[in-house]
Design a protein around this ligand. Structure first.
Ligand SMILES: NC(=O)c1ccc[n+]([C@@H]2O[C@H](COP(=O)([O-])OP(=O)(O)OC[C@H]3O[C@@H](n4cnc5c(N)ncnc54)[C@H](OP(=O)(O)O)[C@@H]3O)[C@@H](O)[C@H]2O)c1
Length: 274
């Protein structure tokens, strides 16, 4: 017999794209909530079909999601959010928890464009939520209390790491993790290309590069050691790894990665000011 849902509140999502699918899949997969208690809206059926197949309710009407659900995720592109807030505002009550995952949309924007007293949460996921290995941070608006934070975490924890942070960390999370996923893919590609250059078939090289990242990440999380300690453990004096690391230092890998995090964070901050 299927496990009973642990969170008996109806959950909605406005927007049905990749991130909506990632976050809701995590929630549904754990059986936290029954699929028929989830309603998703979008203008077209392009993405809604996947939710229909999953047993969720779907709609082209954003307001109906709010009237039917208590927790409502906003998962449209950031530039669409102002019109969505205006559209749903008449349906939002003090019972709702409105959760935005849109990059650069601040708690202040959410609160000022929704009725006074609305409980809002701003979350920032990353793409690996799709495989329940995401890194999610979130901040509460002025009217969202411990109860709303606990409800939110009980739903989203299934997507991976989920940590409450001051709102000023959210743009940094975008720089290090939202965008960081792409830096890691670039590193994985380069790692595999190096192996191809040395004669390994591409498919095998990509598989080994990905497993190397996975294994290294697991060791970092499980050991809780500083990365420099784990790195030095791999370096035999005069051995292969220190020769490889010297090349990375000559190429300025660490400074370049730090610059990338800074550039993406600054861009996220600029987008939030517009
Ligand atoms: N992708 C990431 O890695 C990532 C990471 C962190 C945060 N985010 C945030 O997550 C949000 C969604 O990103 P995404 O990558 O999932 O975008 P996406 O795949 O383009 O999905 C956007 C969704 O919004 C729907 N939509 C457009 N206009 C709408 C409206 N007026 N009312 C309701 N729904 C509407 C689209 O409908 P159709 O299905 O009809 O096209 C689509 O389902 C963004 O705000 C982004 O900043 C994304």
């Amino acid at each position: 017999m299927a496990a009973a849902p642990h969170v008996p509140v109806p959950v909605g999502c406005i927007g049905a794209g990749r991130m909506a699918q990632g976050v809701l899949e995590g929630i549904l997969r754990e059986g936290k909530i029954a699929a028929q208690n989830v309603t998703v809206s979008a203008p077209t059926d392009r993405n809604l079909e996947k939710f229909k197949l999953r047993g969720c309710r779907t709609s082209h009407n954003n307001r109906s999601v709010v009237s039917r659900c208590r927790v409502v995720f906003l998962a449209t592109k950031p530039h669409i959010i102002p019109s969505v807030l205006e559209e749903i505002s008449p349906e939002v009550t003090a019972e709702h928890v409105i959760v935005s995952m849109a990059a650069g949309v601040t708690l202040q924007t959410l609160e000022t464009n929704l009725p006074p007293g609305t409980k809002v949460i701003r979350m920032m996921p990353n793409l690996p939520c799709v495989v329940q290995e995401g890194a999610v941070v979130f901040s509460r608006g002025r009217c969202a209390g411990e109860g709303e934070a606990n409800l939110f975490q009980s739903l989203v924890r299934t997507c991976g790491l989920c940590v409450e942070v001051p709102e000023s960390y959210i743009d940094i999370h975008t720089g290090v993790s939202g965008s960081g996923v792409a830096y890691v893919y670039t590193f994985a590609e380069a790692l595999a290309d190096g192996a191809v250059k040395m004669g390994m078939p591409g498919a095998l090289a990509r598989q080994i590069a990905a497993q190397t990242l996975l294994g290294a990440a697991k060791m970092l999380l499980q050991s809780e050691e500083h990365p420099a300690t784990l790195r030095s453990d791999v370096c035999t004096p005069g051995g292969t790894t220190i020769h490889g690391l010297h090349e990375l230092e000559k190429g300025g890998l660490r400074a370049t990665v730090m610059n990338a995090v800074e550039a993406a964070t600054t861009r996220a901050m600029d987008m939030g000011r517009k």
